[in-house]
Design a protein around this ligand. Structure first.
Ligand code: SF4
Ligand code: SF4
Ligand code: SF4
Length: 510
């Protein structure tokens, strides 16, 4: 037996045990991407480095066997820096988008590719559910959103952007016209009351999510009609009044209450503070000076008054309705945490690998996952509505630019954990994206491969006929099928194992 210390804990381990395994038996987790039990391990990713305090040397724990007297530490500043550096090197020639550019450009971060996939399959209500996770007023926005997502859409480079805004409008209308309208499940009633002052896009959005969180919500508006700045869109003939009414009615049916002709002045405001556990000021730009607010935190939407929050144009004039709707949602989250007695932790932004624009030579690679049809436009343009066939056909134009592994990718998770930057070692031209879709079930995206070798080990050990191999040298090494055989010959029985072992989205199920 070998005796050593890991993070100051003494341990005995059998000869030949790796430091990684020995640490694991002590409940100490060491990050790793290219290690898999019972397969030959050649340390390639080096994220598993640890330090032997005796020699001050960094060692790859997935391959280094334990030795008598070792005094290992698994984390300190130098180790963290080394891991971060390793990740940054890997990211420097990693070409992939974790999230699709459309989603990242939507101020509400709606999961657009997922919505499109569901529409494509004819699952329109499921598509609407995806939309409602992030956008409370999809029908209204379907008319008036300036669609920053479409400006960022990769398909725009090929021909025309996917008609995302119309697709969202289509699922919203489809649902409101259906026999069984979708209402999200509410959390258990909290017995907490929230007042929302104003009834424009920020207010309605916040009220929707607050109701969903299980709070009792009352909207107050001094006008005779609900809608705030949306009324102007009705007068401008960009938003049909029926669309506005139907979504306000939907919100009332969901459970929130609206009091119109109620001008909340300072005195009434003081009373509201007694009657409600939280107040959101979302009155738009017109009466921002009315309340005694002199401090505002744009991360948490809190103000200098305890339990009083502010969002939308009352804080800063917002031209885009979608920004107001997004802020309403975020403010609702903050208020919910406050009502639950927690301090609001604005979630840190996720790490996103991004490669920017498509190269002309990559259009065909991306079109492999979509149709080549021209963009569909409803009759009457922006004010019109898709019919079902055109909506499905338009959704099929989406090239699904998000990564299939975005929720499980080790490279993404560790890059986030170690705050790695993709730009640090970026230089020169990037590699061209290739999508190998020849296999019936598996897609291989070469530029997402981090050359861990796991798939190669699996196909070798499990005696695949051609298996997989590394081809090329240095930075240009790529995992490939030998002799240009098709992927279907390389993965005849190990595809599941290989996809599951792949630490990134390089090998994924279609
Ligand atoms: S493989 Fe991982 S890091 Fe790369 S694009 Fe996909 S999710 Fe992001
Ligand atoms: S093609 Fe689809 S996934 Fe890609 S950016 Fe456009 S809408 Fe988003
Ligand atoms: S494709 Fe193979 S070599 Fe490349 S990252 Fe995935 S498992 Fe590793």
């Amino acid at each position: 037996m070998i005796e050593l210390k890991i993070n100051n804990k003494s341990i005995q381990a059998e000869e030949g045990t790796t430091i990684l395994k020995a640490a694991e038996s002590l409940g100490i987790e060491i990050p790793n991407m290219c290690f898999m039990e019972r397969y030959s391990n050649h340390p390639s990713c080096m994220i598993c480095v640890v330090k032997d305090q005796n020699t001050r040397k960094l060692l790859p724990s997935c391959a280094m066997p334990v030795m008598n007297g070792m005094n290992i530490i698994t984390e300190d500043e130098e180790i963290i820096e080394a891991r971060k550096d390793t990740l940054e090197l890997l990211l420097s020639d990693h070409v992939g988008d974790c999230e699709a550019p459309c989603k990242l450009s939507c101020p509400a971060h709606m999961d657009i590719p997922l919505m499109n996939r569901l529409i494509m399959e004819g699952s329109h209500q499921e598509a609407l559910q995806v939309v409602k996770e992030d956008i409370a007023l999809p029908l209204i926005l379907g008319y008036i959103c300036t669609a920053p997502c479409e400006h960022a859409c990769h398909r725009k480079q090929v021909d025309d952007a996917v008609s995302i805004c119309q697709l969202k409008k289509f699922v919203a209308k489809f649902d409101l016209d259906s026999k069984k309208i979708y209402f999200p499940e509410k959390n258990t009633p909290s017995n907490k009351k929230a007042a929302v002052i104003g009834s424009g896009p920020t207010a309605l959005s916040a009220a929707f999510y607050l109701t969903r969180f299980g709070h009792e919500v009352m909207i107050f508006d001094k006008h005779a009609e609900a809608g705030g700045s949306l009324i102007k869109a009705v007068h401008d003939h960009t938003l049909p009044v029926e669309a506005l009414y139907s979504e306000i009615d939907y919100l009332k049916d969901f459970g929130l209450k609206v009091q119109l002709n109620k001008h909340v002045k300072q005195e009434a405001f003081n009373d509201l503070k007694k009657d409600f556990h939280a107040i959101l000021l979302a009155t738009g730009s017109e009466n921002s000076n009315q309340f005694s607010i002199n401090q505002f935190d744009k991360q948490t939407y809190t103000t200098n008054l305890e339990g009083v929050f502010a969002a939308g144009s009352i804080v800063r004039k917002e031209k885009m309705a979608i920004r107001c709707v997004a802020q309403g949602k975020e403010a609702a989250r903050s208020i919910n945490e406050f009502l639950n007695g927690k301090s609001f932790t604005n979630k840190e932004k996720r790490f996103n690998s991004k490669f920017g624009k498509l190269l002309a030579s990559e259009f065909d690679e991306y079109l492999k996952e979509s149709t080549r049809d021209d963009r569909y436009t409803p009759e009457n343009g922006k004010i019109g509505l898709f019919n079902m066939d055109d909506a499905i056909a338009e959704a099929k134009r989406c090239m699904h630019c998000d990564c299939r592994d975005r929720l499980n990718c080790d490279l993404r998770n560790y890059s986030e954990q170690y705050k790695a930057s993709q730009k640090k070692y970026l230089f020169g031209k990037r590699n061209e994206i290739k999508k190998n879709i020849q296999h019936e079930f598996v897609i291989y995206e070469t530029e997402k491969c981090i050359r861990c070798g796991l798939c190669i080990d699996i196909t070798t050990k499990d005696k695949e006929h051609t298996g997989l191999t590394f081809i090329g040298r240095g930075f240009d090494v790529r995992m490939q099928v030998p002799f240009n055989y098709p992927m279907s010959k390389a993965l005849t029985k190990t595809e599941k194992k290989c996809v599951e072992a792949c630490p990134t989205g390089a090998l994924a199920f279609k």
